[in-house]
Design a protein around this ligand. Sequence first.
Ligand code: ADP
Ligand code: MG
Length: 256
Amino acid sequence: MAEYMLETQNLGIQFGGLKAVQDVNLKIKKNELYGLVGPNGAGKTTVFNMLTGVYQPTTGTFFLDGEELKGMTQEAINRKGIARTFQNIRLFNNMSVIRNVLVGLHNQPEYKYSPASAMLRTPAFYENEKKMRERAKEILRIFDLEEERNNLACNLPYGKQRKLEIARALATNPKLLLLDEPAAGMNPNETAELMDQIKFIRDNFDMTILLIEHDMKFVSGLCDEVTVLNFGTTLAQGDTQTALNDPEVIKAYIGG
Ligand SMILES: Nc1ncnc2c1ncn2[C@@H]1O[C@H](COP(=O)(O)OP(=O)(O)O)[C@@H](O)[C@H]1O
Ligand SMILES: [Mg+2]
């Protein structure tokens, strides 16, 4: 077991002449709820894109549970244990709610079966399908989505679609879950529920969570520690209350 679940060392990326992110050093302990905050355009989503192999960093590197993942493809990084949600929801819209979660479960070794057993529809195949559906229902229940499991994902209200996306990411059984503005567009009621649901995941799935969020009450109420980015650089870092009350941070938010 490494000291940190996620460690980035001077992580940075340049687009053309623009240094979008510079020297980001995150140290996130196992089971921590960690916030990445900052004004629009600060580079938060770009950090997620580097951590998931969407973009290759131009400087620095990063480690998941002690293993260097820089340079790996999106699929390889996901298999190593980083799952994410997107600022703009990405679901399989024309699949049922439960199917979206089953897709996440399918790539896991404990639910693998041989192609022959799938083709011949052996008892082992049905047994496995049943186990997967039970697990999917369990995950949907956390987000109060079990009743709607047979509806099409696109017919869910917006707030529930956001929750389904988290459920799907969780189904891949990651070590680290990255949530990009999970509460965006939710009403206060849904946001309050989401806070409880995120805490539940952290406690019951032994999960480490890094989240981007604009709602400061949300961040204060959930995160043990935060990193504040502004124009791609780190403005403040550490204990949530201390970092959010830093005069430089307050200035950046008022300025933005
Ligand atoms: N593929 C890209 N090409 C050029 N510039 C990009 C690209 N992706 C992000 N950027 C730039 O990086 C900066 C940070 O963007 P982003 O990470 O989306 O900010 P945030 O999520 O904090 O609002 C912005 O100036 C954005 O225009
Ligand atoms: Mg963003």
